[in-house]
Ligand binder design. Structure first.
Ligand SMILES: [Zn+2]
Length: 185
């Protein structure tokens, strides 16, 4: 097939028209034919963090991000899964390692350790994170509207940038499920 014809097909699909059919072209064709569902693509940082989550959480995070962006909020997912090892590193900070304490959660005591939690921050037009923006609250509320738990409702510590999937199990149960080699969601 000629490159010219591929270019026509690619521009019809709204993707880069380089005349060389690859994965992107195949996916766009399949999505247009209704063979696969079209996954919205966000900024690379959000995408990379969403990709670390379990599938149910990925779907919710995408739904949530679409809702926030639809309201014109420039929000990004800045953290997703944290392994037990990474959590241990964080927990050590300000305890057995230099620095100030950043978490009270030991490995297995954060929903991030199970791939169902993500953190977000709103950015201004200059690309600066706005941790205290009222839009942070709005993003949390949108999460709640989608049935997620928002850390902005917690008392100690309040954790506005945090959302997680309600799993129906406790963290203690999640640790047990993990020990048995299964996923919690
Ligand atoms: Zn968090």
């Amino acid at each position: 097939m000629s490159a010219a014809l591929w270019k026509k097909i690619q521009s019809f699909l709204g993707i880069t028209a380089d005349g060389v059919p690859g994965d992107q072209t195949a996916n766009a064709v399949a999505a247009t034919l209704g063979l696969i569902s079209q996954v919205p693509t966000f900024d690379s940082r959000s995408e990379a963090n969403i990709a670390t989550l379990v599938l149910d959480a990925q779907a919710k995070a995408r739904e949530w991000l679409v809702r926030c962006r639809t309201e014109g909020i420039n929000v990004k997912v800045i953290c997703g899964l944290r392994t037990y090892e990474e959590q241990a590193e964080l927990y050590a900070q300000g305890r057995t390692k230099p620095g100030s304490k950043v978490t009270n959660a030991m490995p297995g005591y954060s929903w991030h350790n199970f791939g169902v939690a993500w953190d977000f921050v709103v950015f201004d037009a200059n690309g600066q994170p706005q941790w205290d923006s009222p839009l942070m609250d709005r993003c949390g509320e949108i999460g709640e509207e989608l049935g997620l738990e928002w850390g902005g409702r917690w008392k100690s510590p309040k954790d506005k940038p945090h959302l997680h999937l309600k799993t129906g199990v406790t963290l203690a149960e999640a640790r047990q499920i993990r020990k048995s080699g299964r996923q919690i969601a």
